[in-house]
Ligand binder design. Structure first.
Ligand SMILES: *Cc1c(COP(=O)(O)O)cnc(C)c1O
Length: 419
């Protein structure tokens, strides 16, 4: 890497100055070393593990699991879906206790909540048979509502989202009406990083009598949320992205208190029963948020969340967002200097208030560039057809890593291809 003038954002001195001025920089040391990785730019897809998590998992095995055995269920495991749900709600969702559980995968919770919402709306008014979703939403979200539409004989109303920006309040206002049952959107678009105006869209949907389900996978732990204040009805998100819960960590689901006891999710299992251990005939849903649970909670898979939620409480979501904006702004400055002259297109919003925690740059051949980057320890991800997604987890990413990453992309772009 050539050292440029101090004025250039692409100088090493500039990146070092940004790291030195970063109040969250010390948190990076709390994570386990990443081996041969030079720049990890995919914390928005799989967060890095904290050192404390390795100890906590080992201790859980020897003390909680081995030592307590089946007694563990009576000593807290039973309540773990709500205990962890409330902790996520307080640290990251802007939601009061009793409205969030940790369970299942995002896909399964999406299905449960979306089905519950559609069933409730159809029962109240059979004309409300449309689900609004956008064409650029995450695949699982699109597939789930296609399945629900087939099951319930409802229709889908597609918003044609610009893949380089996202769904606007005007687009939602243009399609909702007395026929709308549910609006399902991602808060931060997985491709471009576009940050939707959740309070405005929620209001517009409510004015039309629709319910709103927000997919928070790319916002939780990165963008401050205020689900209660925004009047959100339902939400889901994963815990293995910015919450660093580990591969396959369970999801969380939010069901606003005013809907509990009315909306009924379709997977009626014994753990969502009012009295699971009565083992009685017939399903009776538990009161409150527990009715969202179906089977045995993934207790072991929730263990890493403890240390991560402690970390988020300590750093504060406001400071995390401030660093996130600084990181993505820096990545865009670097992209403008090092990539755009080589015909790379920036496919993320320039306005930081409309941008989540990652930025995407596009050019033909980026699939091969990504393969070469991984070989040299620079780890972004590739999203078809031609996007490299630079994910910048604020608590584990340094400005120097951003510089190393974008510089490597520039070098691989101009490197002659072997035949
Ligand atoms: C990552 C992600 C998911 C993942 O769903 P899983 O069931 O955990 O595989 C869903 N929606 C969005 C928007 C995502 O980014």
């Amino acid at each position: 890497m050539t050292d440029r003038s101090v004025a250039s954002p692409a100088s090493r001195a500039d990146a070092e100055r940004r790291d030195a001025a970063d109040p969250l920089a010390p948190y990076r040391e709390r994570f386990l070393p990443a081996g041969d990785v030079v720049a990890y730019l995919d914390g928005n897809s799989l967060g890095r593990p904290l050192r404390a998590v390795a100890d906590r998992l080992a201790r859980f095995c020897t003390e909680d699991w081995a030592g307590r055995l089946i007694r563990g269920w009576d000593e807290g495991w039973i309540d773990s879906p709500q205990t962890y749900g409330d902790r996520i709600a307080r640290a990251a969702l802007g939601a009061a206790d009793g409205q969030t559980v940790v369970a299942d995968s995002t896909t399964v919770l999406l299905y449960k909540l979306a089905r519950a919402a559609v069933d409730e709306q159809l029962a109240a008014d059979p004309r409300r048979r449309e689900i609004v979703i956008d064409t650029d939403n995450f695949p699982t979200d699109r597939y789930i509502v296609e399945g629900i539409a087939a099951e319930r004989g409802t229709t889908l109303r597609w918003i044609d989202a610009d893949p380089e920006s996202g769904v606007t309040p005007e687009q939602v206002a243009a399609v909702v009406g007395p026929q709308t049952a549910l609006v399902l959107l991602s808060h931060v678009a997985y491709r471009s990083g576009f940050l939707a105006d959740a309070p405005a869209i929620t209001r517009i949907a409510h004015d039309a009598g629709a319910l709103v389900l927000w997919d928070l996978c790319h916002s939780v732990g990165s963008v401050p949320l205020a689900l209660d204040d925004w009047g959100v009805d339902l939400a889901v998100g994963c815990t293995y992205k910015y919450l660093n819960g580990g591969p396959g960590a369970p999801a969380f689901g939010y069901l606003a208190a005013r809907h509990q006891g009315r909306l009924q999710q379709p997977i009626r299992g014994w753990f969502g029963h009012r009295t699971p251990f009565a083992m009685g005939p017939g399903y009776e849903p538990a009161e409150g948020i527990r009715s969202l649970i179906s089977g045995t909670p993934p207790v072991l898979a929730m263990v890493p969340l403890d240390a991560n939620l402690d970390l988020l409480d300590e750093a504060g979501i406001g400071a995390v967002r401030a660093k996130s904006v600084a990181l993505t702004s820096y990545a865009l400055e670097l992209a403008d200097e090092l990539l755009v002259p080589h015909s790379v297109r920036v496919a993320s919003p320039r306005d930081p208030s409309r941008r989540g925690g990652h930025v995407t740059v596009c050019a033909p051949g980026f699939d091969e560039v990504t393969v070469r980057l991984w070989k040299r320890g620079v780890i972004p991800d590739f999203r078809a057809p031609d996007g490299i997604r630079i994910g910048l987890a604020p608590l584990s990413t340094s400005f120097r890593e951003v510089l190393a990453g974008v510089t490597a992309i520039a070098e691989e772009l101009v490197r002659p291809r072997r035949p």
